[in-house]
Design a binder for this molecule. Sequence first.
Ligand code: C2E
Ligand code: CA
Ligand code: CA
Length: 597
Amino acid sequence: MKTTTDKISSAAPASATPSLDPLTGLLSRKSFLDQVRIRLDQEAPTDWCIATIDLEHFKLFNDWYGQEAGDRLLKNIADYLKRIQDCYHYTVGYFGNDDFFLFLPNDSGLVRLIFQTVCDYIQNQEQMEGFLPIVGVYPIADPTRSVSTMCNYAQIAASTLKGKFSQRICYFESSMVESLEKKQRVLHEINGGIQNGEFVFYLQPKCDSRTGKIISMEALVRWIHPQRGLVPPNEFIPVLEKSGLITRLDMYIWNSVCQTLHRWQEEHKPVVPISINVSIIDIENIDVPRYLSSLLDQYQLNPKFLMVEITETAFAENNAAVKRTIDRLHQAGFTVLMDDFGSGYSSLNMLKDANIDILKLDMKFVEMNEENHNKGIQIMDSVISMAHRLNLLIVAEGVETSEQVSMLQSMNCLCVQGYYFYKPMPVAAAEQLLAKTPTEDYHELRINFVQKHHCEEYLVDYETIPSVSESITHILEENTLELARFNVINGEYVTVKKSPYLTDDSAGTVQHIRDYSQRMVDQGLIHPNDTEGYLLFMQLGHLQHLLLHKQTTVSYIVRRKVDGIYTRILIEFITGLTCSESNPYVVVVRRIADDSE
Ligand code: C2E
Ligand code: CA
Ligand code: CA
């Protein structure tokens, strides 16, 4: 790409007959450049700009809907742009592919209006996620600069938006040239890496903790870099996600995974389902269910062999798109896992709304080491039993010790993944392992699990269920706002999960309950008439008296701001079977109070 500032001294000849693009009837590249040059020289308009409209992923659009639908879309957009060109005396050009250029007044309202109209054309033709235009604008500061450079700059501004769903219009800044060059180097390196087969995936088994049988495996990308050696994903995935380039790599990995499954089938090797990682960027960039289904066709695979892991944070970033994707993955027969559950602070209700099959519990949810062995066990236990009630299988990740395994077994969490059983390994090693290790059919496991669970639903004796597990089902109720862990001995209060409606106070930081409640009052989050009672109730000594000495579950109603409005909130402190100095952890649930409460 040409990025230097080249100046043009002589204007293009005014007599040249403009050549029109046959499909769109708009000025071709050369004629557009000439015409804009002439107008800049002759009319010298002040404060105009060059804008480019790019239909992101237009090539995929053509692949999926056919060339004819693609041409029709281009023609519709071109007709609209031609109308505004004729009406308002702008200049509009079409440079081929999906690239439109406009020369028009530098007015952000005008640019937004054109963007919105083009969006409407696309949406009217195909109700598709991921086919939105992006607009790059170069405000003409120096009219002597070559028009082709101006167009380049508009394109550079547009290219910074690729893969970003929330922002679709961008104005050129000179720093973009440098970062584009850097990004292109990375892309070049990655493309080269893909071509040279430097990207591979490792497989890490998920096992039945009781028997050690392998239930499925997860594909984890690795970059075998010629100079740097084995590069872990954390070193390149965040960069790729930021630039939207992750999708290129992910599609390649998913394809390789399907190819491997196909080969195992062909060679009559033992096959277990493999789960792949799907980034939120992928969901925003392409039609993931459609692409995965096309892979199944290509490699003649049953969808039961491919599972899809989507991280919890994706749900918070673009919940609607993620939910739609999950529904369509289910329609296509895929199993969907929510990855890293507990690592973010997304809405608790998502779990109920999002129609997922398996919850992957992030071990960070409860840090379990020598010192804080008991810490969080209650929460862990609660989450597991709550998930079981929802018919969700749980996979515990990052399991490293036999203590963790026995603890998980005692909580009825059977499926574990972690170094305790196996580290991620190359495909060849995984094949050898599968040849000598018994496997267990995930789908049978699931059916058994659901049947067993349903029986238990009827047989259950609620008296025997620890109150903490019982009450945690509240977490899934519509009105739950916050889940926290409270140490009744030292007063430590840690928010574990929180609804997005509570953006007004900080979560996750360890703090003393006194500071927590005082801050709520100071920030005006508690109704002024309730502050006195609230601070008394939240006093550590008072809570110790009730929770530790009286061993009761404690609740309190207060008016707290939710989404800017004072709302009656029920705060519940829920103890386990025993709350003692050696097991001082209490679960705190805050939810919107029922009218009866
Ligand atoms: P993840 O999906 O949560 O994967 C689990 C990570 O934990 C993996 O790191 C795995 O090697 C590591 N792990 C497994 N067992 C243990 C254990 O017992 N202890 C510890 N400390 N770690 C364990 P890895 O392979 O470095 O991957 C990191 C993250 O990169 C993944 O987290 C996932 O979010 C992302 N990722 C990996 N492969 C892909 C991919 O193909 N596409 C996309 N979009 N993301 C990927
Ligand atoms: Ca994963
Ligand atoms: Ca994970």
